[in-house]
Design a protein around this ligand. Structure first.
Ligand code: 5RP
Length: 218
């Protein structure tokens, strides 16, 4: 059996095959996205990038990629990012790495978004995966109280701040019968600034399992 990291790298390298010269590429965050950044740099294409985290921006620059400030960008050609869970309809849970808010913005700005993952991320149901919620620190106790209506258990990441200066509360045990309704309810809580449910952003997924890549297209 191959190790998971080899499958992450294979999925990333295969997805990077979609990148062409002159594209503006959105760089995801996490260990699988890091493989994509390395593979992109190795291809030596004439591209520019935007990054979904300070860590990915630093990695991309260290490998010689041009990283633009996303604050100056409205449209991205292709975004490539990892996921914590992905179902057969290409709906995802993201944010174990805490970058889900910037990842959501870049995914939304992208003409096409690819998820790259090893086979362990494929799930029949999303609700078994903890759902990260990004929260204004000012609203911490209030939001924790409101979130208890939607999750069996809410756990704040101790001592953690996102690149945006916010805290993250991981919601464990949630009803995935209607994730759109949950997403709407979460965003309706004042103090919630984002969450890791990606329900319509993903156009295709490259999933590698034991050295075999499967491409799923929406
Ligand atoms: C970060 C993310 C990551 O894409 C997700 O956590 C997957 O990470 P990895 O590729 O390390 O398994 O959403 O916010």
């Amino acid at each position: 059996m191959r190790d998971r990291d080899a499958d992450k790298r294979l999925a990333a390298e295969t997805a990077v095959g979609e990148v062409r010269d002159h594209m503006l590429v959105g760089l995801g965050t996490g260990s699988t996205a890091a493989h994509a950044i390395a593979a992109l740099a190795a291809r030596g294409l004439r591209i520019e990038t935007v990054a979904t985290s300070e860590a990915s921006a630093a990695l991309a620059r260290s490998k010689g990629l041009v990283v633009r400030d996303f604050a100056d960008v409205a449209h991205v050609d292709l975004a490539i990012d990892g996921a914590d869970a992905i179902d057969a309809r290409l709906r995802c849970v993201k944010g174990a790495g805490g970058a889900m808010l910037r990842e959501k913005v870049v995914a939304e700005a992208a003409r096409r978004m690819l998820v790259i993952a090893d086979g362990t991320k494929r799930v029949a149901r999303l609700g078994a995966t903890a759902l990260p919620v990004e929260v204004l620190p000012f609203a911490r106790a209030f939001v924790l109280d409101r979130l208890s209506a939607y999750f069996v258990r809410c756990v704040e990441r101790a001592g953690y701040r996102t690149d945006n200066g916010h805290i993250v509360i991981d919601g464990h045990g949630w009803d995935d019968a209607s994730p759109r309704a949950l997403a709407d309810r979460l965003m309706a809580v004042p103090g919630v600034v984002g969450h890791g449910l990606f329900l319509r952003e993903v156009d295709a997924a490259y999933i590698a399992e034991n050295g075999i890549v499967t491409r799923l297209e929406r």
